[in-house]
Ligand binder design. Structure first.
Ligand SMILES: *[C@@H]1O[C@H](CO)[C@@H](O)[C@H](O)[C@H]1NC(C)=O
Ligand SMILES: *[C@@H]1O[C@H](CO)[C@@H](O)[C@H](O)[C@H]1NC(C)=O
Ligand SMILES: *[C@@H]1O[C@H](CO)[C@@H](O)[C@H](O)[C@H]1NC(C)=O
Ligand SMILES: *[C@@H]1O[C@H](CO)[C@@H](O)[C@H](O)[C@H]1NC(C)=O
Length: 692
C-alpha cells in the first residue's frame, strides 16, 4: 500500500466519517518500548476501514498490538548499549526508520550536531591516614553474572561516569551528605561539619544527580561521589538482586548527566541547526548550569566501604542505611578519597527519527508523539532519563528548531518515556487531559487481570494521583497539553542491568503491559487527532490548582503571605472552563443535527482557545531561580523531591525564605504568588474568549 493510499483510505473510509482524521500526527524520535506503540498506531491507521458499527478502539488496538512483536523489537533494539552519538545508536535509528518506512508512512532522520560527553579516564581510591592501612582502589566496574547473555555486549557499555563532569583530580577527606539536598548541606553546616574542599558522598533517592552535584559545589565541596544505597535500590535484606530478584546488584551504578539545562549546551534555548550560533565547548562547559566539579557515580558496594571508613558524629536516623549495613557517620575523614575524572566533551552527531501521518481537515494542527531512542546502557526500560539529560538533546533540539510553529500549531504532546516497569501504570498528564486519559484507560483491559480495566486497577492501586510529575516534564513541551506514561523509579535505572532479561523477568513478563501501554497511548493520540472539538477539560485544571494552592497556604500559614490573589484567579479559570465545556456541548448538539461546514469557524475558535489557554501559564522570564523553565504551574522546583511539581517558582521562593527568614524574602514569596495568579488570570481570559 502506498502512503497516499493509506491516507486516502483513512479519509474516505465510511468508518472515519463521523470522526475524520483532522490533524497531523507527528512521531518523534521513536524507540524501544514505544516502537511497538508507534507501529500499532500506524497499523491502526493503515487498517482503519474496519467494518461498522463504530469500533471499540480499545479492543481494536489490543488486537493489533502484539506482545510478540513488542518483545521482538525490544530485543533487537537492546542487543547493544546505544549511547547518544555512537555508531550503535545510529544503527538503532536505522532500525526504527526501517520499521516505520515498511508501513509506508513517510519517515526521515534529522541529524543534529551537539555537545556530548564521554569518559576517558576514571579512578577512585580510598585510604586512611593511619600507618599500615592499605589503599583500596575501586574497580568502578559493573559485574556481569554467570550465563549473562549480554556479558559480551556489556563490554561495549560506556564506563560508569557523569556526563559533563569537570575533568580533574581531587584527593581529600570524605564527608557524608545524605541525599545531597540543600537542607542536608545546611544540616552539616549546623553541626559544624566542614564540607569546603572535601569530597561529598551523597546517595540517590530524593533529587536528581545534577542537583546533588550543584548543591555539593554550592557547599564548597571539591568533588562529589553519588551512590545507590541498598535502602532504596536493594530491596529488603536477604532478597537478593538481579538476575535472581529485581534489585540492583551491589556493583551496579546509576549513571547520568550533570547538566542542569535542556538540550545542547552549546545552543542554550535555541536549535543546534547547521550554521547556528554556538557557544564554544569551553564556554558551554563553564556556565553555571554545568557541575564545574569532578564527580563520579559509584556502586553501593564501594560506597559502603567508604562509610565504614568515615568517622565523626553518627549521622541522624533519616541519614542511615539498611539495618544490615554499617552505621553511617558524617565525617569529615579520616577516610580520604582520591578521585580522578578525565572526560571528553566533544561535538557529536545525534539523530532523530521523525514520521508524520498527514491530517486532512486541520492539517495545520499537530499532535506530537515523542520518545527517545538512545540509552545509557541497553535501555530496555529507560531509553532516557528525566529532565536535563545528555540523551534528551535530540528532541529538544527539534522542538527548539520548530518552536514558534509548534507553539502556534501543536495541540498536544504525548510522551512515552519509561513505559513499562511493572504492573502499575503511572500516567501523568496536564489536567486538561485528565478526562480523556480516564476515558481511555476505562476501555483498555488490565494486562495483568482480564476481568478488569486499567482504570479499575489504577483506582484500586490508590497511589498515583493523575497529575504531572516533575521528572516527567520537559519544559518545551509544557507549552502543550502533555501526557507522559512514566514508570515509578525502578532499581536498575541507568545501570548495566537495564536489559532485556530484566524486562522479561521483572518488568513485563509476557509483554502484555507493553501492548496495553501502546493502546492507551495510541488511543489518546487517535482521539486528539480526530475529534472535531479537542477533548480538553479545564475544570480539572482549576481543581488541581486549588489543591496546590492549599499546599502553599500550608507552607506560609504563620507568615503575612496571602494566597487570595491566586484563589481569585483560579475561580475565574473555573468559570471560564465551565463556559468552554458548555460551548462544546452546544456545538456537539448542533453538529449532530446539521452538517459541520456551518460550524467550522466556531469549532476552530473554540479549539484555538482550548489550545492557547495552556500557553498562558508560561512566562517569558521563567521560573524564579530556574529561568530556563517557563511554565509557572508545572516544573521541577530547585529542591525537587520528585513529587512536588507544582508552582516551582513559589516553591523556590519559599525554600529561600525559610532559610533566610527575612521580611524581604517572604515578600518575595508574595511576589511569586502574584506572578502565578497573573498567569492563571491570563489563561482564564484566553479560555473564556472575551476581552475585559
Ligand atoms: C590520586 O590518584 C592518582 C591516580 O591514581 C595518583 O596519580 C595520585 O598520586 C593520587 N594522589 C594522591 C594525593 O594520593
Ligand atoms: C574526544 O572525542 C573526539 C571526537 O570523538 C576524538 O576525536 C578525540 O580523540 C577524543 N579525545 C580524547 C582525549 O579521547
Ligand atoms: C481481577 O479483577 C477482578 C475484578 O475487578 C477482581 O475481583 C480480582 O480480585 C482481580 N484479581 C486479582 C488477582 O487482582
Ligand atoms: C505473548 O503472549 C502469549 C499469550 O499470553 C504468551 O504465550 C507468549 O509467551 C507471549 N510472548 C512473549 C514474547 O512473552
Amino acid at each position: 500500500m502506498s502512503r497516499l493510499d493509506a491516507a486516502s483510505l483513512l479519509f474516505h473510509s465510511p468508518l472515519t466519517k463521523p470522526h475524520p482524521r483532522r490533524r497531523f500526527l507527528c512521531l518523534l524520535s521513536t524507540t524501544l518500548a514505544a516502537l511497538g506503540a508507534f507501529l500499532s498506531l500506524l497499523l491502526f491507521f493503515a487498517l482503519h476501514p474496519a467494518p461498522s458499527p463504530p469500533p471499540d478502539y480499545g479492543a481494536l488496538f489490543l488486537s493489533l498490538g502484539s506482545n510478540d512483536t513488542a518483545a521482538a523489537h525490544l530485543r533487537a533494539l537492546t542487543l547493544h548499549p546505544h549511547v547518544a552519538g555512537t555508531k550503535a545508536n545510529s544503527l538503532a535509528a536505522r532500525y526504527v526508520l526501517h520499521a516505520l518506512s515498511s508501513l509506508s508512512f513517510p519517515a526521515h532522520v534529522t541529524p543534529y550536531s551537539v555537545l556530548l560527553s564521554y569518559p576517558v579516564h576514571r579512578s577512585l581510591s580510598l585510604s586512611l591516614p593511619a600507618p599500615g592501612r592499605d589503599t583500596t582502589h575501586f574497580s568502578l566496574q559493573q559485574e556481569t553474572y554467570p550465563n549473562d547473555p549480554y556479558a559480551a555486549a556489556a563490554a561495549e557499555a560506556i564506563p560508569t561516569f557523569y556526563a559533563y563532569a569537570k575533568s580533574g583530580s581531587v584527593s581529600a577527606e570524605a564527608v557524608y551528605a545524605n541525599y545531597g539536598r540543600e537542607d542536608d548541606f545546611a544540616y552539616l553546616a549546623s553541626r559544624g561539619v566542614a564540607v569546603a574542599g572535601k569530597v561529598a558522598l551523597a546517595r540517590y533517592g530524593r533529587i536528581h544527580c545534577e542537583d546533588i552535584a550543584h548543591n555539593a559545589r554550592a557547599a564548597g565541596a571539591a568533588a562529589a561521589v553519588v551512590y545507590t544505597d541498598p535502602l532504596e535500590y536493594g530491596g529488603a535484606p536477604g532478597e537478593g538482586w538481579f538476575p535472581d530478584a529485581q534489585w540492583l546488584p551491589p556493583s551496579g551504578v546509576q549513571v547520568g548527566s550533570l547538566f542542569r539545562g535542556v538540550g545542547d549546551p552549546t545552543t542554550p534555548m535555541w536549535a543546534s541547526s547547521e550554521g547556528s550560533e554556538r557557544l564554544s565547548v569551553e564556554e558551554a562547559m563553564s556556565t553555571d548550569d554545568m557541575p564545574l566539579l569532578p564527580a563520579l557515580p559509584v556502586s553501593a558496594r564501594d560506597a559502603i566501604e567508604v562509610h565504614r571508613a568515615l568517622g565523626g558524629a553518627v549521622a541522624p536516623a533519616g541519614w542511615q542505611g539498611r539495618q544490615d549495613g554499617p552505621v553511617y557517620h558524617l565525617g569529615p575523614g579520616p577516610a580520604v578519597l582520591n578521585l580522578t575524572y578525565i572526560g571528553n566533551d566533544t561535538m557529536a552527531t545525534i539523530e532523530n527519527v521523525f514520521a508524520i501521518i498527514e491530517g486532512a481537515e486541520e492539517p495545520d494542527r499537530y499532535v506530537i508523539l515523542g520518545n527517545h531512542r538512545d540509552a545509557w546502557t541497553f535501555g530496555a526500560v529507560d531509553p532516557s532519563s528525566g529532565t536535563a539529560s545528555m540523551i534528551e538533546t535530540g528532541s529538544t533540539e527539534w522542538v527548539e528548531e520548530n518552536l514558534e510553529m509548534l507553539s502556534l500549531r501543536a495541540v498536544a504532546y504525548l510522551n512515552i518515556d519509561v513505559s513499562v516497569v511493572g504492573p502499575l501504570f503511572y500516567p501523568s498528564a496536564t489536567p486538561q487531559l485528565d478526562d480523556l486519559l480516564q476515558e481511555t484507560i476505562k476501555s483498555v483491559q488490565d494486562p495483568d487481570n482480564s476481568s478488569q480495566t486499567v482504570y479499575d486497577s489504577w483506582i484500586k492501586s490508590n497511589i498515583s494521583p493523575m497529575k504531572i510529575l516533575s521528572h516527567s516534564l520537559h519544559d518545551e513541551y509544557v507549552l502543550l497539553g502533555t501526557l507522559t506514561l512514566v514508570g515509578p523509579g525502578y532499581p536498575v535505572y541507568h545501570s548495566l542491568y537495564d536489559d532485556y532479561v530484566w524486562m522479561e523477568k521483572f518488568g513485563d513478563p509476557g509483554f502484555h503491559r507493553h501492548v496495553a501501554a501502546a493502546s492507551i497511548w495510541g488511543m489518546m493520540a487517535f482521539r486528539l487527532a480526530t475529534e472535531e472539538i479537542l477533548p480538553f477539560n479545564y475544570v480539572s485544571y482549576a481543581g488541581e490548582l486549588e489543591a496546590y494552592t492549599k499546599a502553599v497556604e500550608n507552607e506560609v500559614k504563620r507568615t503575612a503571605v496571602s494566597c487570595s490573589p491566586l484563589r481569585k484567579s483560579i475561580r475565574a479559570l473555573r468559570r471560564a472552563a465551565i463556559k468552554a465545556n458548555s460551548e462544546r456541548k452546544e456545538l456537539q448538539r448542533q453538529l449532530s443535527s446539521q452538517p459541520m461546514d456551518n460550524h467550522s469557524l466556531k469549532i476552530r475558535e473554540l479549539n484555538d482557545r482550548l489550545i492557547q489557554a495552556e500557553r498562558a501559564f508560561t512566562n517569558r522570564e521563567g521560573v524564579f531561580k530556574q529561568e530556563w523553565f517557563k511554565h509557572l504551574v508545572y516544573g521541577p522546583s530547585e529542591q525537587n523531591d520528585w513529587q512536588t511539581a507544582s508552582y516551582p517558582g513559589i516553591a523556590n521562593a519559599i525554600s529561600s525564605a525559610k532559610r533566610s527568614n527575612t521580611s524581604e524574602s517572604w515578600k518575595f514569596v508574595q511576589h511569586e504568588i502574584y506572578r502565578v495568579a497573573r498567569a492563571v488570570a491570563q489563561a482564564s481570559a484566553v479560555l473564556g474568549g472575551s476581552l475585559t
